[in-house]
Design a protein around this ligand. Structure first.
Ligand SMILES: NC(=O)c1ccc[n+]([C@@H]2O[C@H](COP(=O)([O-])OP(=O)(O)OC[C@H]3O[C@@H](n4cnc5c(N)ncnc54)[C@H](OP(=O)(O)O)[C@@H]3O)[C@@H](O)[C@H]2O)c1
Length: 313
């Protein structure tokens, strides 16, 4: 059995590779990345590392050759570029005859979801279904690590959490749990043509997340509900472009256009992400990690990020 992980140098891919190696022999694992040199530590352990870039379709035939199961990690791009990248990867999966594809999708993935990213995941799922290759869609909710590492430090520093999400709720999930689920599916059986909703243990609004941030961060965080136009104006003032021009790169302080982030907030407000499921427990045999647990785990990181941001101002 040969199992391949695409995008293996990213946070998700690297953790998946580490956990797969706890189960597989090194010779059973293949890692693909645009930067194979960044995976030299795995190569030294006997893992085959191949070059592969979804922007370079010709690189993917050799990258995907001879593989039984493949973890397709979505790229970090947005819009037409990401759709093209995923389309190139899926065309190569068909050409190379991969036996089973496990895809890191997003909660509420559907072409009808107002969130640009969730609609792109819906389009990718449809492309994968159309190939006829057995697939498993892992619909990861928003990562609680992203709240702890990026959103919470900023809220603590400014004392504000301004959002157009209203009282909408989302089942934040730990990336680590999503990695564990991906490994369980890749190394288990009976997961073909299934969709798993990977959520944490509870639905939370961003108002509740702001309260938890204040509780664990030790500082006041005012929750400020705003309109989509106010959120656009906030990003405009930071110099974030509303739309992507061509293929990017995106100029400005945040690597996404504001329409991506505001459309995400709209979808959250309108209930598109309000999904709670037992699928994490079903796949890994224990309850999912909560946001409170992540805050405890990341408390030093949060304080360090607040201090670093404060010093930089
Ligand atoms: N559910 C959530 O809240 C959430 C949050 C963040 C991200 N995500 C999604 O989950 C994915 C993995 O997250 P992460 O935290 O590991 O992100 P990350 O560390 O930023 O890694 C980015 C990933 O995109 C891959 N990639 C970028 N351009 C590519 C290309 N042209 N061809 C092939 N692969 C390409 C990278 O692969 P190499 O660099 O190895 O080539 C890497 O796996 C993200 O890309 C995003 O789609 C979900």
């Amino acid at each position: 059995m040969k199992i391949l992980v695409t995008g293996a140098s990213g946070q998700f891919g690297r953790r998946a590779a580490e956990r797969l190696l706890e189960i597989l022999e090194p010779g059973e694992l293949v890692l693909v990345s645009r930067r194979p040199e960044s995976l030299a530590d795995f190569a030294r352990r006997g893992v085959e590392v191949r070059a592969g870039d979804f922007d370079q379709p010709h690189s993917l035939d050799s990258a995907f050759a001879g593989i039984d199961r493949l973890l397709l990690i979505s790229t970090d791009s947005v819009g037409a570029k990401r759709r093209r990248q995923h389309g190139n990867a899926i065309a190569a999966l068909k050409r190379t005859g991969v036996g089973h594809v496990v895809y890191t999708s997003f909660i509420g993935a559907s072409v009808d979801n107002p969130a640009i990213s969730a609609s792109e995941h819906g389009a990718t799922e449809a492309l994968l279904r159309a190939t006829g290759i057995p697939c498993t869609f892992l619909r990861d909710s928003q990562y609680s690590e992203a709240i702890a590492q990026f959103v919470a430090p900023d809220a603590l520093l400014t004392g504000r959490w301004m959002t157009a999400t209203g009282e909408g709720q989302i089942g934040l999930v730990s990336r680590e749990d999503c990695v564990a689920c991906a490994v369980a599916v890749l190394t288990g059986s009976g997961h073909e043509n299934k969709v798993y909703n990977l959520t944490g243990p509870e639905l939370l609004s961003y108002r509740q997340c702001a309260q938890l941030t204040a509780e664990y961060g030790g500082g006041p965080v005012e929750y400020i509900p705003c309109s989509e136009e106010q959120k656009y104006a906030f990003f405009d003032a930071l110099g974030v472009p509303r739309k992507i021009e061509g293929d990017g790169p995106i100029a400005g302080p945040i690597p996404w256009p504001s329409e991506e982030m505001v459309s995400f907030e709209r979808a959250l407000r309108e209930g598109y992400f309000a999904v709670l499921s037992d699928d994490v427990k079903t796949l890994i045999g224990r309850p999912p990690i909560s946001l409170r647990q992540i805050f405890e785990q990341y408390s030093a990181t949060i304080q360090a990020a607040v201090a670093a941001q404060s010093a930089a101002r």
